[in-house]
Design a binder for this molecule. Structure first.
Ligand SMILES: [Zn+2]
Length: 123
């Protein structure tokens, strides 16, 4: 799980809006087909909570962090967070994209994305 993970979204050539997950048509203006693009891997925390009860079909560990991250001021993405203690997070905290293991299903290790507190912002 090394390297520099990126989320794949799309960008509307008409209005310039970013979408995630990737969408073939812009949900904002319905313009021409959108173009696939890599979203910024760094952003700021916009909202967050801690999930203590696993949702149906989820086999990963609980509790886990869950929130909304704003990327480059252009798009907000709903995501898992690596920090499970909501009290250690703050508004506009710098975060970056990472890959995390979220349990096993039928003998296969499941991997998902999450955002982790960055550098000196980590408390
Ligand atoms: Zn558009």
């Amino acid at each position: 799980m090394g390297g520099d993970p990126r989320l794949l979204g799309s960008e509307c050539p008409g209005c310039g809006a970013l979408h995630f997950p990737r969408s073939d048509t812009c949900p904002y203006c319905g313009d021409r087909p959108s173009t696939a693009c890599e979203l910024p891997s760094r952003g700021t925390l916009w909202a967050w909570t801690t999930v203590h009860v696993p949702p149906p079909g989820y086999h990963g560990p609980v509790p886990y962090g869950f929130g909304v991250v704003e990327l480059d001021g252009r798009i907000r993405v709903v995501s898992r967070l690596t920090e499970t203690d909501a009290g250690l997070l703050r508004q506009d905290q710098a975060v970056h994209l990472v890959l995390t293991e979220v349990g096993e299903e039928d003998g296969t290790q499941m991997v998902s994305w999450a955002f982790a507190p960055s550098g000196r912002d980590r408390r």
